[in-house]
Design a binder for this molecule. Structure first.
Ligand code: ADP
Ligand code: MG
Length: 246
């Protein structure tokens, strides 16, 4: 069966991946800070809006205003896309993971979303962890004294099960999803949680090589797709991200 393709919106990329990302796939976009992950995600959603494929941008990193401002840098009127029902920008701080997933599902139905960007998977997990430990502190206060409620240990770190669960739940929405992930400074793993790269259908690595002022994009994995795994030269201009011909 032929795979339907979803255009990335990144100039020069789609022709290298047989027309785009496989429909419904989840792709991890990983890189250190400043490598262009957020721009990549927004550009993907703007492309969706152009193609009648509404999208949701879920951020744990930036306020809505910052997102709108960042879009403006590249000539994207994200506020207008929201008004037209082609985009939802959702900025979340500490929240329960169940609530986040429920909202995502509601928003997907509301605008008939086809695309989703999670910015980032690392901060989603961090936000969920903070929420849990805050909640536990509250319960602890209530529980002191005669009730003596027995509490579980605060969620200090995210388990493999947490990551599997969250990615699986998100995948159930059947949206073409970019999961942005902060690349660790060292080590062989691509993402901080060291699991998501195995669970996602694709992995794209962004790098900024200081000194020589070079940016690269590497498609390290993309299910159902013939692709090269060499690093591609990439540029960021006032039009967004583009793959540069070599
Ligand atoms: N208008 C622009 N023209 C060229 N490069 C830009 C522009 N705006 C931002 N950048 C580059 O993009 C980087 C920020 O990209 P961003 O997607 O926010 O990174 P990340 O999300 O990976 O931390 C900046 O550090 C800068 O190098
Ligand atoms: Mg970012």
């Amino acid at each position: 069966m032929a795979v339907n393709r979803v255009k990335s919106g990144i100039s020069g990329l789609d022709e290298l991946i047989q027309g785009g990302f496989p429909e419904g796939s989840s792709v991890l976009v990983t890189g250190s800070p400043g490598t262009g992950k957020t721009i990549f995600g927004l550009q993907f959603l703007v492309e969706g809006a152009k193609n009648n494929e509404p999208g949701i941008y879920l951020t744990f990193e930036e306020t809505k205003k910052k997102v709108l401002d960042q879009g403006e840098q590249f000539g994207w009127d994200l506020g207008k896309l929201e008004k037209e029902g082609k985009l939802i920008i959702n900025s979340v701080s500490d929240a329960d993971i169940g609530e986040i997933l429920k909202n995502l599902s509601d928003e997907t139905k509301k605008i008939k979303a086809k695309r989703l960007v999670i910015d980032s998977l690392s901060t989603l997990l961090e936000s969920a962890r903070r929420y849990t430990s805050k909640l536990q502190k509250e319960v602890h206060k209530l529980g002191k004294g005669e009730h003596g409620i027995c509490l579980p240990e605060p969620m200090e770190k995210v388990t493999r099960e947490d990551v599997f669960y969250i990615i699986r739940e998100i995948n159930k929405l059947e949206l073409t999803t970019l999961m942005i992930s902060e690349a660790p400074k060292e080590g062989d793993y691509l993402s901080r949680d060291t699991i998501s790269e195995f669970v996602c259908d694709g992995v794209i690595e962004l790098k900024a090589i200081g000194g020589i002022g070079k940016r690269t994009l590497t498609i390290s994995k993309l299910r159902s797709t013939q692709h090269n795994i060499t690093s591609l030269d990439m540029g960021i201009t006032d039009k967004g991200i583009a793959i540069e011909a070599t």
